[in-house]
Design a protein around this ligand. Structure first.
Ligand code: C2E
Ligand code: CA
Ligand code: CA
Length: 662
């Protein structure tokens, strides 16, 4: 540019008229000087004659030569100047041409890589935009004195403008080296996504600070990203936000609350619609999805609802603001219940839906999204009564449930890990005062919780189908101890094993038992099975059949816990029992006349029916005395012995043996 300016000045300064005049003027002056000087010198020094004439001729020739040389030098100077100017001009033109080629190539490259270049001079606030940058940003000027966002603000999507401006200003004020911005720009009557990036650079020569930047269109990537976002955060069928979306939004809300210290309260409702699965299963999944959509639409009308998401299937998550009191939560739960309980009509099919909700409130029930959702879920699962439709999270209920789940899992491993053990409690014959039998009682030494009572873990084992495995372990263990323990074997004591209701449904139990005692050469009469009378409340014929098989195989059968709640005398006629075991609730109340009479009559009746009677839980001498008086056959209880490990019992039994042999 500078060279062109110089050339321009030179060309402008060059005046052909003046130049020609000066040339002629110089020629005339020099010509005159020459003629005068030569004439005078010749005339002065040379006399007239032929030599003088000859010299004049020579002078004219010399003048012609001299003027030719003069003209040559004068013209050469002028033409040389012109040549230099023209040469420079040609060079410059060629240079400009090659620059244009470069720009064209540059534009082509920009087009090919789809990147526009811009440069913002921070000192003079001048913005340069390459051709492609102008195209993409819909701003058709190469230079402007506005910032890169300011220049195009009319074309930026109104929703993105503020964000884009903030991003640019933050970059300028933060002193960061790199700048990134993403926004939509209107281009050909539609919005395209632009990635606007830059980096600060110092120009070494003039020390000016610049931001060199690029603009890239990322509409395709953004659309794909939006699609992926939709897939990741929305439910395919109902188009409602999913659990991930809910969790992240809740997490953000908690974060903002923590940062602002606003101490706001909000509640998570875990809503399960119990009969919705049936709609999907029986009427079709489309109906199920329509119903989910309908439910969501009607729930959206509830005041204070800030977010709703479709968890999956029949489950929803709701987030409510400002429900600070228990009454507020209850009122909201009632509103949801009423909305959902009403009859839903869907394509001519009518059905009732049954909602259940678990509720947690931030921050009392958890300080992060995961806890709030999980605990709301737990709260919902603690609902047991059919009339109850909501439950606010309660840690005690939760721990109880949690422990049950934990115990269930640990119990599975307990047998393999050798955590189960047996203790034995002697049964005493009241006529001989001798030990006649031992009741095997299960013990579980939990590695963390310590000893857990069978009263607590047997019901869990029954619920989780673990009881069969446990009963078989007990039976095997008892029989093994019989075979290895000489005293136990030789003393011919009976061992009582407790059976659960579920064991009577196990058809292969009898074969299992027969094989075991055959291997160990045991007499089936040495084994007594205690069966709780409650078993027979729900018993079916098959259970009774299995019990009869045990009896027929020669095993002893005792009816445990008699009198504990559901006693029915009709069992006594129906069941193949040898012994009736009076529950300790009778024993505790023997000092009452009516209980005593009842006990006396039960004992009499049992004897009439050919059963023997044992009283369990005998703790006092007075109880023992009454039982003796009432003709009870056997007793068991702390008064004589607590349940003991076999090693400790050996000496007792042996002592007992001695007594017997004396
Ligand atoms: P259960 O069959 O009625 O056993 C009697 C329970 O009373 C035992 O409790 C025993 O330790 C306790 N006991 C004995 N004498 C006295 C006494 O004088 N006073 C008081 N207060 N209690 C006394 P334990 O061992 O905790 O067993 C509880 C229940 O667990 C048993 O009641 C039985 O139903 C069940 N159980 C124990 N072992 C097994 C087993 O191997 N299989 C099955 N299916 N159930 C078992
Ligand atoms: Ca028992
Ligand atoms: Ca009992």
């Amino acid at each position: 540019m500078e060279v062109i300016e110089k050339l321009k000045k030179k060309i402008e300064a060059y005046d052909p008229f003046k130049e020609s005049l000066s040339f002629i003027f110089k020629y005339l002056i020099l010509g005159f000087i020459w003629i005068l000087l030569f004439q005078l010198l010749v005339d002065y020094f040379m006399p007239y004659g032929p030599a003088h004439e000859l010299f004049h001729l020579f002078n004219e020739i010399l003048f012609i030569i001299f003027s030719a040389v003069l003209i040559y030098f004068l013209m050469r100077r002028t033409l040389k100047d012109n040549y230099v100017i023209s040469k420079n001009l040609i060079d410059q033109i060629e240079e400009i041409k090659s620059d244009e080629d470069k720009i064209e190539k540059f534009n082509l490259i920009e087009d090919m890589i789809d990147v526009g270049i811009w440069e913002y001079n921070l000192d003079n606030q001048q913005l340069y935009l390459s051709y492609w940058a102008q195209n993409k940003l819909n701003f058709h000027q190469k230079y402007t004195n506005q910032g890169p966002i300011e220049a195009i603000k009319e074309h930026i999507h109104p929703d993105d403008l503020q964000g884009a401006q903030n991003e640019w200003e933050d970059f300028l004020s933060s002193g960061k080296e790199k700048y990134h911005n993403i926004f939509r720009v209107q281009n050909n009557s539609q919005y395209i996504y632009i990635k606007h990036s830059g980096r600060i650079l110092e120009n070494k020569s003039d020390k000016t600070m610049k931001v060199i930047g690029t603009t890239t269109e990322i509409t395709r990537e953004k659309k794909l990203e939006n699609k992926l976002y939709q897939l990741a955060y929305y439910d395919d069928f109902t188009n409602l936000p999913n659990e991930k979306y809910f969790t992240e939004k809740l997490e953000q809300k908690i974060k903002t609350d923590k940062i602002n210290g606003s101490k706001s309260k909000f509640s998570v409702f875990y809503l399960e619609i119990l009969d919705m699965d049936n709609i999907s299963n029986f009427v079709g999944s489309l109906h199920g999805n329509n119903t989910a959509q309908k439910i969501a639409d009607s729930l959206k009308e509830i005041p204070d609802l800030s977010l709703i998401s479709h968890y999956y299937g029949d489950k929803f998550l709701l987030l409510f603001n400002n429900l600070s009191k228990q009454e507020d939560l209850e009122a909201k739960a009632k509103r949801i219940y009423d909305l959902i309980r009403k009859l839903w009509k869907n394509n001519e099919i009518d059905y009732f839906l049954n909602p259940k909700m678990g509720i947690t409130t931030y921050p009392v029930n958890g300080d992060n999204a995961r806890k709030l959702i999980t605990r709301a879920h737990h709260a919902m699962h603690t609902i047991e009564e059919s009339k109850q439709f909501y439950q606010v999270y309660d840690q005690t209920i939760y721990f109880e449930k949690l422990n049950n789940i934990r115990i269930k899992n640990d119990l599975r491993k307990a047998v393999e890990n050798g955590e189960l053990d047996l203790v034995y409690q002697p049964k005493i014959n009241l006529n001989t005062d001798q030990i006649v039998a031992l009741e095997a009682l299960l013990r579980w030494q939990h590695p963390e919780f310590g000893q857990i009572s069978p009263g607590d873990f047997i019901p869990i084992a029954e619920q989780s189908n673990l009881i069969t495995q446990i009963t078989r372990w007990v039976i095997k263990e008892v029989i093994k101890q019989f075979s290895i323990n000489k005293i136990l074997r030789d003393s011919k004591k009976i061992v009582s094993i407790n059976l659960s209701a579920y064991d009577l449904k196990d058809d292969s139990l009898i074969t299992f038992l027969e094989e075991l005692i055959a291997d160990e050469k045991l007499d089936p009469e040495q084994i007594d099975f205690e069966i709780t009378e409650s078993v027979f409340l729900d018993a079916v014929d098959k259970d009774l059949e299995n019990l009869n098989k045990l009896k027929e195989a020669g095993f002893y059968i005792s009816l445990d816990d008699f009198g504990k709640g559901y006693s029915s005398l009709s069992y006594l006629a129906k069941l193949p029992i040898d012994m009736l075991k009076l529950d300790m609730s009778f024993i505790r109340n023997l000092d009452q006349k009516k209980t005593r009479i009842l006990t006396e009559k039960i004992i009499e009746l049992s004897h009439d029916l050919d059963f023997q009677v044992i009283a369990e839980g005998v703790e006092e001498k007075s109880e023992l005395d009454i039982l003796k008086e009432l003709n009870c056959d056997f007793v068991q209880g702390y008064y004589f012995y607590r349940p003991l490990p076999l090693e400790k019992l050996e000496s007792i039994i042996c002592l007992d043996c001695n007594i017997q042999t004396v």
